[in-house]
Ligand binder design. Structure first.
Ligand code: ADP
Ligand code: ZN
Ligand code: MG
Length: 478
């Protein structure tokens, strides 16, 4: 699997996710993305002398909910620790994180591996921490600027075991993780905005070896597609080094998307380099059983469970159920359409087709109300409008609103099933195609569809095809 023949790839991911809160982790500053540089700061998040941190209760609740959603054991008592290092974007000189005694441990997340089917990643730990600021290298020529707005923004870090066997698996896991966290309202998980960031650890070993090879850590990966690319490049580099008789040095690599290459950033720190110690300003984090239970209740049905239920309850294929449950809003919408009376399979086809296409072009908005789509589906089923015409009605309702039936009438798209009206078109068509009529009568019955098509044309799509076909058969039999 993965890499040159005879090599196995091993990957473990450390994912930082920004919690969806209004304010920061230990102060009241806004956690909003995109504010003018250095406007959301105060003595606490700058670490000025005498300032005291106070944990953000909502952030803690979201962290607990995330941990429960990932099947972790949430510990009633955990510790905040200082992770000390010097960097221009960290004026405090340390980050508040958790080291020994993290918030949660021992979870798992199943995802669909492109190589192995359903695979399960272990979640080794999930802890709470605060973000650092940001160095901006492209703001002013030749100098680095620092924006401290991000200092103190609440994060969780989710660490997997060395469980992935290909870059594709790592990506599939991350997309599944994003789905779960979005469903549960933990984060918007936007890699481009930095609300989900991943450090990818990778090593290679000879197929069949059980000991792990020396790993490197790849950073600066800022899209889901780059996760796969960056890991492939680094995996290939390691294999080439080992096959060339060299070795892999444990270090941090930076990915450059422009050149699709990696370069060493620095020798990897060991945890003792950070001089972790319990933060003297923060007492142990004690969570009540009630708080944990309340977060369990807040957890919605998660994507995997919803997908399985859709298969069982609506007789959908796994693939269709996966598309419909990829986003919670779409899944909810689909179920509203069915609840409004639409047949589940027809509703699935409409949502996966017209609805998702329309949403894609309109900022992910679901523009046709569920009840209206159910009515439109019923109009097609009852033969009032053709499937083709219904698509036009859909667009009209999306753009301008209105009841599908009224819109179909206004657009002149209601099918004509009245035999008295249809017979006029039928007679015209048969009169205009006497050659085909005699061929039909001498046994070429497949011409029936030709006549139906001609009537559809003459009626500009309004003739009801079933009634038309019956009328034609009657006329041609006489
Ligand atoms: P470190 O102390 O260097 O941070 P950890 O043991 O904390 O290393 O692991 C960090 C991440 O690296 C985890 O996701 C883990 O699964 C992964 N990892 C550890 N060893 C390896 C390895 N040899 N190859 C690939 N990934 C690894
Ligand atoms: Zn602040
Ligand atoms: Mg570590």
């Amino acid at each position: 699997m993965g890499g040159g023949s005879g090599w196995e790839t091993v990957i473990g991911l450390e994912t930082h996710v920004q919690l969806r809160t209004v304010s920061k982790m230990f102060c009241g500053c806004s956690a909003a993305f995109g504010a003018p540089p250095n406007t959301n700061i105060c003595p606490v998040c700058l670490g000025l002398p005498g300032a005291l941190p106070m944990p953000n209760e909502h952030a803690l609740k979201l962290a607990v909910r995330a941990a429960l959603g990932l099947g972790c054991t949430v510990h009633p008592r955990s510790l905040f620790a200082r992770k000390n290092y010097f960097y221009p974007d960290l004026p405090k000189g340390y980050q508040i994180s958790q080291f020994e005694n993290p918030l949660a441990t021992d979870g798992s997340l199943s995802y669909l591996s492109p190589d192995r089917g359903i695979a399960t990643a272990t979640i080794v730990r999930l802890h709470v921490e605060e973000d650092a600021g940001k160095s901006l290298h492209d703001r002013f020529p030749k100098v680095t600027a620092v924006d401290l707005n991000r200092c103190g923004v609440p994060l969780i870090e989710i660490v997997t075991g060395p469980d992935f066997r290909s870059p594709q698996e790592a990506r599939a896991y991350l997309l599944t993780l994003k789905q779960v966290l979005e469903y549960a309202g933990i984060s918007d998980c936007d890699m481009e905005k930095g609300s989900l960031r991943v450090d990818a650890n990778v090593s290679v070993r000879r197929a069949g070896d059980t000991a792990l090879g020396t790993k490197t850590e790849v950073k600066n990966i800022n899209s889901f597609a780059y996760v796969e690319k960056a890991l492939s490049v680094e995996r290939d580099r390691q294999i080439a080094a080992l096959e060339g008789g060299g070795m892999v040095v444990q270090e941090t690599m930076l990915y450059d998307a422009k050149t699709n290459s990696v370069r060493p950033q620095r020798r990897k720190e060991e945890s003792h380099d950070y001089r972790y110690f319990p933060d003297p300003d923060l007492p142990p984090l004690v969570l009540s059983a009630e708080l944990i239970a309340a977060q369990q209740t807040e957890l919605p049905e998660l994507p995997a469970a919803k997908r399985e239920r859709f298969v069982a309850q609506y007789a959908l294929s796994t693939t269709d159920a996966a598309v419909l449950t990829a986003e919670r809003a779409v899944a909810d919408y689909y179920e509203s359409v069915v609840r409004a009376g639409a047949e589940p399979k027809a509703a699935a086809n409409w949502v996966m087709g017209e609805v998702l296409a329309d949403a894609k072009d309109h900022a992910e908005r679901l523009r046709v109300p569920a009840a209206a789509l159910a009515q439109l589906i019923a109009l097609v089923r009852g033969g009032t409008v053709s499937h083709q015409a219904a698509k036009r009605v859909f667009v009209e309702v999306a753009e301008r609103g209105g009841e599908p039936r009224t819109v179909a009438e206004a657009l002149g798209l209601v099918q004509v099933a009245d035999a008295g009206v249809l017979v006029g078109w039928v007679n015209d068509v048969l009169g205009a195609h006497t050659g085909e009529v005699s061929r039909y009568k001498s046994g070429e019955t497949k011409l029936l569809q030709f006549f139906v098509g001609q009537v559809m044309r003459a009626s500009r799509g309004k003739a009801d095809p079933k009634v038309t076909q019956r009328l034609l058969e009657e006329k041609l039999a006489s």
